[in-house]
Design a protein around this ligand. Structure first.
Ligand code: SAH
Ligand code: SF4
Length: 362
């Protein structure tokens, strides 16, 4: 079988070339061609000797995910739908903000973690994406967006906040992030890659040991009783364990704070007493709070908090000294906002119809 070289980071490519009896520096050349220059045709890779190019055409391929649709929002946000086989598709979103361009990448087809307010979670889980399918999203978006007039790449930041739980697809996500960081590929710094997790504690520790990028943690509730409902993985890894893992992560993190995400759900987690309880948690470590207005989707059963309630909530937390930002909803005219990424998840384990859940404040 031919090897898809898009699945391999520098280490994997070095092993691949060693098996062909080639020197390790071939890995660097290949990464430069494919990711830095966007060239996927072996016959064009002119600094590889002709016999090697011919050998590669025999034993290897560069298989990118296939674009199914592209959408443009009035606010500059762009969304791509990729066909990843068996009628499944995943989504990738580009969000321009001043001199920053952020690409939001998916890591799984669906998600098994069933957070009750998340459209991806409601669809159930189909499968993990391969490293090629993860880095392929950056490859395509980078090709579409290119460089700005100063010669810098338009994509300056990557967030692993699309469909799926990135830490539940650990190896593939780490390989793809290795390629994002590689100077011969995309050359992003660890500060400019943010991984968002719902709180898989052992995997947070693994990430700290092997590739500590910026970390965002989806908190969404200030106590275990409510978080057990909103983010069911909390039943396995409760808040005390999660906060302890975040404190450990800070030792290796490229930033000196953890970002906590908190989706604002009217009448569920947005009262003043929730805000005061949240302050007690946030004061345990250096962190920032990012409030996310809930983005609705069909049959979600939730409503977003009013802007007055969000402001009041933010000011209570801010008064305690924690920096609070409220995420501006982007791209909602093309269903590209946080939590709206649905793609198409076939053969899934659970179905939308089963699960219109309503939750009351705890
Ligand atoms: N699985 C990871 C990353 C993907 S979700 C995680 O849960 O962190 C990215 C962010 O969007 C998370 O903070 C998630 O809780 C939030 N989110 C999910 N559904 C949402 C919705 N409907 N409205 C607003 N934010 C949502
Ligand atoms: Fe999965 Fe994140 Fe959605 Fe929860 S919020 S279901 S972990 S994608």
């Amino acid at each position: 079988m031919q090897t898809n070289l898009l699945n391999l980071d520098a280490g994997g490519l070095a092993r691949f070339f060693a098996d062909l009896g080639e020197k390790p520096f071939r890995a660097k050349q290949l990464l430069r061609w494919v990711h830095h220059l966007g060239e996927c045709d072996f016959s064009q890779m002119i600094d590889l000797a002709r016999p090697l190019r011919e050998k590669l055409a025999e034993v290897a391929v560069i298989n990118l995910p296939v674009i199914k649709a592209e959408q443009f929002s009035g606010d500059g946000t762009r969304k791509w739908l990729f066909n990843v086989g068996s009628d499944n598709s995943i989504e990738t979103v580009f969000i321009p903000e001043g001199n920053r361009g952020t690409l939001c990448i998916s890591s799984q087809v669906g998600c098994a973690l069933e957070c009750s307010f998340c459209s991806t979670g409601r669809q159930g889980f189909n499968r993990n994406l391969t490293p090629a399918e993860i880095i392929g999203q950056l490859w395509w978006a980078n090709r579409a967006l290119g460089r700005d007039p100063k010669g810098d790449r338009v994509i300056s930041n990557v967030v692993m906040m699309g469909m799926g739980e990135p830490l539940a697809n650990f190896e593939a996500v780490v390989s793809a992030m290795n390629i994002m960081l590689d100077d011969n590929a995309y050359g992003l710094s660890r500060r400019r890659i943010t991984l968002s997790t719902s709180g898989l504690v052992p995997a947070i520790d693994r990430l700290r040991e092997c590739l500590p990028v910026s970390l965002a943690v989806s908190l969404h509730a200030p106590n275990d009783a409510l978080r057990n409902i909103l983010v069911p993985i909390n039943r396995k890894y409760p808040l005390s364990q999660l906060i302890a893992a975040c404190i450990r992560y800070l030792d290796a993190a490229p930033r000196d704070f953890i970002t906590f995400e908190y989706v604002m759900l009217a009448g569920v987690n947005d009262s003043e007493s929730h805000a005061r309880d949240l302050v007690k948690l946030l004061n345990l470590l250096p962190c920032k709070l990012n409030l996310i207005p809930f983005n609705s989707f069909p049959m979600s059963g939730y409503v977003c908090s009013s802007s007055e309630v969000i402001k009041r909530f933010a000011s209570i937390v801010q008064e305690s000294g924690v920096v609070v930002t409220t995420r501006r909803t982007r791209g909602d005219d093309i269903d590209a906002a946080c939590g709206q990424l649905a793609g198409e998840v076939k053969d899934r384990s659970k179905r939308m119809e089963k699960s219109t859940i309503r939750v009351h404040a705890i």
